[in-house]
Ligand binder design. Sequence first.
Ligand code: NAD
Length: 293
Amino acid sequence: MRIAFIGLGNMGSGMAANQAKAGREIVAFDLSSEALARAQEQGMTPAVSAREAVNDADVVITMLPAGDHVRSVYAEAILPHAPKDALLIDCSTIDVDSARTVARDASMQGFRTAAAPASGGTAAAAAGALTFMVGCREQDFAEIESALKPMAKAVIRAGDSGAGQAAKICNNMLLGISMVGVSEAFALAEGLGLDAQKFYDIASQASGQCWSLTSYCPWPGPVPAAPSNRDYEGGFAAAMMLKDLKLAQEAADISGAPTPLGGAAEALYSEMVERGFGQKDFSFILQMLRGRP
Ligand code: NAD
């Protein structure tokens, strides 16, 4: 299987490496020359443009920052230059409208497409243990599942076009809220004189347990793989979390769903980005709450 992989950032680099490890032929492209050099070291073929990457692809996978990037790469490179029988899978987290527009344009030109946003963070991307939420036609799902398999713990079809993004937006609103909650709990524990590790040992075995605590702990120490142990670098940027929380609030406005805590999380991440910490991992919200940046 020949895969064009576009977007080799914090997530895409690990994802593409797992495809290469599974023996698939990867032609990779990113705007960053360092990312391309890393891909070459891992056995992938670097392309000089997205257009060149997709030329002979059986599958095109994109892992780009936001809807604008996906729309432009699709319009300028993928739709005009990929073979018409290529399977197009966008794994980026983007707004439902961009996902539906890209899928509509692609299917009008005869392509099979899927939006398959991923959950799990950079550690799961590197370990090939992401959860993919797929919006696609039912008859295309088996092929999409097999294409995503080397990067996945689970591949779940959420429904038709747009459903994968809808599931991802709801999931990440929950993640943003839970990270703020865990951070507030650590800040309060500190204020009450509790040892942070002791609090972790107790909460991780009690009803406060959640992914933000036990897989991605914002307090440095208890979870060695978490970005809090590397000065909050190289994880899921706060600016990206803010993007997702804004997408959730827009979707809530349109659908009339009540999301008061989603709104509060959006306000806190807006403040973090305005204060210049948009490129820090989103778990850095703990340090902002503690007044420590
Ligand atoms: P990132 O900024 O680290 O990587 C994005 C990459 O895309 C960069 O290397 C950039 O150079 C490249 N890029 C941008 N425009 C391009 C273009 N026109 N052509 C080729 N390459 C281009 O971002 P990330 O953390 O890897 O996130 C990517 C997507 O995955 C986002 O939509 C994000 O919301 C989602 N996501 C991230 C995480 C996480 O923990 N980081 C988890 C799940 C989902």
